[in-house]
Write a protein that binds this ligand. Structure first.
Ligand SMILES: Cc1ncc(COP(=O)(O)O)c(C=O)c1O
Length: 416
């Protein structure tokens, strides 16, 4: 396994964590078993006590999921990865591993709606409060660090606001405060940038999106870069883990407590589908990026389009930081505005190729009107904080031929 860490990203996408399968199988076996038998009572005790490696029960570990986790850790350059049943499971399991009642999250105000709801409503019910601050306003972000802050949480590219914070600058604020930086890198994927290289201690992916790539599976992942010093007196509940597991303190606490207790494990079949899907991530992301740039340029010049938000456009206020962080690749997601919600609905209804659904990162081009769907339960003020105005349409640009994608939006705009 260690020998693999010298491979290039594209090679790791295919071979990372893949052991030779039974009878020469070249794909990871789907080990569809809830639990694993061991020869003696002593053997099982040793595994439970962590004296010996071994499988116990699929809620805790599973060979198919192990293989996916090893690949994700290699791709991110982390010390360990834990796969979960969904992206939201990854976020909730990871933050609850760190936070206790009375602690605060300093969070980007530009978040996926589900994460905002988790932080703003659900965690608040258990005494964990969140401050939401624009992550592109570094002075405001630094000023919002309080004595109770125990976690900084940011999305690499905000979904759906499409803002691109300067992650290295935010990592410096986190380091000054002795607080870990957790990055949701779902939209950028490890192909555009590894969270570790940007300065993140922990990385989250909703693997349901680009990592799967086909819209077939829900999944999530937490990658521990092993960079945060959990011996800090701000985290007394990590003391024993830091002593015993050192670099692996976070993953050890996560596996032994939250992942075990919340039980948001992936099904082996889903781990298999994700392991298959990820093989083509690099090729797909290149096409997502070129298609999204082509569509953004087309929309930008269209008289019926009010504005376009895509960091790949030279006049985007996030172009420079995105170029520095992602190296001339800006992802497959964009938003644009019409002149009213009525027009946004008409456009979506007139599209013939793009599917109207609540997902991103599929091979197919997808659209949604977030104000009336993902954010339908939020009052206007909260929606605007998340960057969701009534006239906004989000597009997850797929892998079809760019002329067909542009043709579809062109005919739908003409029909307005
Ligand atoms: C940026 C981001 N993070 C997290 C999630 C949640 O992931 P999942 O739907 O797999 O629970 C999503 C889902 O859209 C997302 O876009």
């Amino acid at each position: 396994m260690d020998a693999q860490s010298s491979f290039h990203f594209e090679t790791l996408l295919i071979h990372g964590g893949l052991e030779p399968g039974p009878a020469g199988a070249t794909t990871v076996p789907i080990v569809q078993s809830s639990s694993f038998a061991h020869a003696t009572a002593e053997d099982l005790e040793d595994i439970f006590r962590g004296r010996k490696a071994g499988q116990i029960y699929t809620r805790l570990n599973n060979p198919t999921t192990d293989s996916l986790e090893k690949r994700l850790a290699l791709l991110e350059g982390g010390v360990a990865a834990v796969a979960t049943a969904s992206g939201m499971a990854a976020i909730s399991t990871a933050v609850l591993t760190i936070l206790r009642s009375g602690d605060e999250i300093l969070s980007s105000s530009s978040l996926f709606g589900g994460t905002y709801s988790l932080f703003h409503d659900t965690l608040a019910n258990y005494g964990i409060l969140s401050r939401f601050v624009d992550p592109t306003d570094l002075a405001a972000f630094r000023a919002a660090v309080s004595p109770a802050t125990r976690l900084i949480f940011v999305e690499t590219i905000g979904n759906p606001k499409m803002d691109v914070p300067d992650i290295a600058a935010l990592a410096a604020i986190a380091r000054e405060g002795g607080i870990p930086l957790m990055l949701d890198a779902t939209v950028s994927t490890p192909y555009l940038a590894r969270g570790r290289d940007l300065g993140a201690d922990l990385v989250i992916h909703s693997t349901s999106k680009y990592i799967n790539g086909t819209g077939s599976t829900i999944g999530g992942a937490i990658i521990d870069n092993g960079t945060f010093d959990w011996k800090s007196p701000l985290y007394p509940h990590f003391e024993l883990y830091a002593k015993k597991y050192r670099q692996f303190a976070f993953t050890a606490r996560l596996r032994k407590l939250m992942h075990k207790d919340l039980g948001a494990c992936p099904a082996p079949m889903n781990s298999f589908l994700l392991t298959e899907g990820i093989e083509t991530l690099a090729l797909r992301m290149d096409r997502h990026c070129t298609n999204a740039l082509a569509l953004a340029r087309f929309l930008q010049t269209h008289p019926k389009v009010a504005w376009v938000n895509y960091p790949g456009l030279e006049d985007s206020s996030f172009h420079d930081v995105a170029t520095r962080q992602f190296g001339n690749r800006y992802g497959g997601l964009l938003t644009f505005g019409l002149y009213s919600q009525v027009e946004a609905f008409r456009l979506i209804n007139a599209l013939k190729l793009a599917r109207n659904l609540a997902n991103i990162g599929d091979a197919k081009t997808l659209v949604i009107h977030p104000a009336s769907t993902i954010c339908v339960d939020y009052p206007l003020e909260q929606r605007l904080l998340l960057g969701v105005s009534d006239e906004l349409v989000r597009v997850s640009v797929g892998l079809e031929h760019e002329k067909d994608i542009i043709g579809d939006f062109s005919q739908a705009l003409e029909a307005l």
